[in-house]
Design a binder for this molecule. Structure first.
Ligand code: ADP
Ligand code: MG
Length: 378
């Protein structure tokens, strides 16, 4: 643990150049570092802010060799090749580890680790072959059959009520490894972002209360409208999981708030910065991207203090006009307490995350109401 800190103007590398990579690059550049981005898309959002854009496939040997020359390397997307990260780790400082990334890529492994950490998940069973579906599976019904890998924004999920529906859903998923999860009495969804360098240097952000629309995150409200006690438990839960994984980097932990007692069940994790942490740019002492930079540079994470209640709203391609015409930014841009972030994506598509804005105000309810109203003005 005596790795020396990496200081500016060292070159930092990132696998992936989407919006998370873009905000990472902004943070790193602001802090005086140089940035290399690997992404096959010539229009990758992060490229605008990078000193160097390696425009090549993620498994391109020559590009990975270049990335290996960076003082440290991180990632911004979930399905990054874990082996590429392991091989980079032979040459440079890589965080998070390929092992942690690969656990988060598979719901079966992920849930097993959550349970191993002594934390709760929704009741579930793994379904990897047709014979795994037995009479005993009925205890997880009604439930959701989720593919073990590659699911996101509600994709790869089928809701099932009976054993027959379950069998049909497994066939519809093509017989790939799945998790059958019992439907729980959801009262809310929250996430906690953990920033961890080692046992002694861990910070958690305040839990965000997440509101989804059509399976995609629409709003994150902070502070979450939950008791101080539940919020504290949420932070401890997320930190315990990061400790269990000996995680180095920024880890997002999504949790369900269940039943009258607001019991917390861990749903899933993302081994990276997270959409529900975008408010940290405008509303926290240090944001999640600065934390990612600090940790990959062996520096302790900074203070995560929330400076104002706020609500982050995602801006999807849906609000662009049919002909690609821009939404009306004026109402939003005229507001002194609203902060717009656009990701520089060339084409707007339905459901595509094009940007976000964060409203800072007196309390969570007002922030949420204002954000909804401003979103409607687009
Ligand atoms: P994704 O990878 O698509 O985000 P999630 O596992 O987070 O997949 O599921 C998407 C959404 O479906 C959740 O945010 C939640 O609203 C709902 N959901 C998922 N699992 C359950 C469950 N066991 N009980 C009730 N609702 C669930
Ligand atoms: Mg989710």
């Amino acid at each position: 643990m005596n790795t020396p800190p990496i200081l500016p103007p060292a070159m930092l590398g990132i696998l992936g150049g989407g919006q998370l990579g873009r905000m990472f690059a902004v943070a790193a550049k602001t802090m005086g570092y140089k940035v290399t981005v690997l992404d096959p898309d010539p229009n990758a959002p992060a490229a605008e802010f990078a000193d160097r854009h390696l425009c090549a496939p993620f498994d391109d040997r020559a590009a990975l060799d270049e990335l290996a020359k960076c003082a440290a390397v991180t990632t911004e997307f979930e399905n990054v090749n874990a082996d590429a990260m392991r091989s980079l780790a032979k040459h440079t400082n890589v965080s998070p580890s390929g092992d942690c990334v690969s656990i988060a890529q598979n719901r079966i492994q992920e849930k097993a680790r959550i349970r191993k950490a002594g934390l709760q998940t929704a009741p579930y069973q793994a379904v990897c072959k047709a014979e795994d579906i037995t009479e005993a599976s009925a205890q997880f019904l009604p439930g959701i059959l989720k593919t073990a890998t590659l699911g996101y924004d509600g994709k790869g999920q089928i809701r099932v009520k009976t054993l027959d529906e379950l069998k049909a859903a497994f066939a519809e998923h093509g017989g790939v490894d799945c998790v059958l999860e019992k439907m729980v009495d959801l009262r809310g969804e929250i996430s906690v972002i953990v920033c961890r360098l080692n046992d002694e240097n861990v910070q958690t952000f305040d839990p965000a209360e997440n509101i989804h629309e059509n399976g995609i995150l629409a709003y994150s409200i902070v502070p979450a409208r939950l008791s101080a006690d539940v919020q504290q438990q949420a932070r401890q839960t997320a930190q315990r999981l990061a400790d269990e994984l000996d995680y180095v980097g920024v880890l997002a932990v999504e949790m369900f708030v269940v039943g009258d007692t607001h019991e917390l069940l861990v749903n899933e994790t993302a081994p990276r910065t997270h959409n529900s942490g975008h408010h940290t740019i405008d509303a926290c002492a240090a944001d999640q991207f600065q934390q990612q930079v600090r940790i990959m540079c062996n520096l302790p994470p900074a203070d995560t203090k929330l400076l104002s209640p706020c609500c982050m709203a995602n801006i999807l391609g849906d609000v662009w006009q049919e002909d690609g015409g821009e939404p009306d930014w004026l109402p939003l841009q005229s507001r002194p307490n609203a902060h717009l972030h656009l990701y520089g994506k060339k084409t707007a598509q339905k459901g595509r995350k094009m940007g976000h804005f964060t409203v800072l105000t007196t309390d969570s309810d007002t922030a949420f109401q204002e954000a909804k109203k401003l979103h409607q003005s687009l």
